[in-house]
Design a protein around this ligand. Structure first.
Ligand code: T46
Length: 130
């Protein structure tokens, strides 16, 4: 499984930095933006795949691990930089864990929320890959 990290353009300044997300750096049209915050460190989020949705995850504060499964391979990616985005294409199982204190996960999504795009059962996900 290829891990795709997107560099988010930034403007650095001794007074602080600005990271700018525009559609051209993201490989899909952004239709929804949401963020996970106030996350207890023991939480494991995700635990599903998407049939069509693609997403980019950015740790805009703190850090967390993203475990990705494509049916054959398992990879863990630590996100801890506000200028790095992890692209997760469709049909990839994801789990988010090891959240640091104050971690915020910004998510850029290719579509509006639709529960019927989710596969939340791991066996169903594995069968869908065959
Ligand atoms: C993902 C990870 C990173 C909505 O009503 N609208 C929304 O836009 C979202 C994202 C969720 N919901 C509802 C669905 C559930 O009843 O909020 C509840 C919690 O959602 P979920 O259990 O899917 O949350 P996470 O953190 O496990 O997953 C979310 C995204 O759903 C998912 O696509 O990749 O963040």
């Amino acid at each position: 499984m290829k891990i795709e990290i997107i560099d988010i353009p930034k403007i650095e300044n001794r007074l602080g930095n600005i990271a700018v997300v525009e559609n051209e750096v993201i490989p899909f049209d952004i239709k929804r933006v949401y963020y996970l915050y106030d996350i207890p460190s023991s939480s494991i989020r995700g635990g599903h795949s998407h049939k069509k949705l693609q997403q980019v995850l950015i740790a805009i504060s703190g850090s967390f691990d993203v475990v990705l499964k494509d049916g054959n391979d398992i990879k863990t990616v630590t996100l801890n930089k506000p200028d790095k985005g992890l692209l997760i294409k469709d049909n990839i199982w994801r789990e988010l864990e090891n959240f640091s204190s104050g971690a915020v996960c910004l998510v850029l999504a290719s579509a509006v929320y639709k529960e019927d795009d989710y596969i939340r059962d791991f066996d169903e996900f594995r069968m869908s890959k065959k």
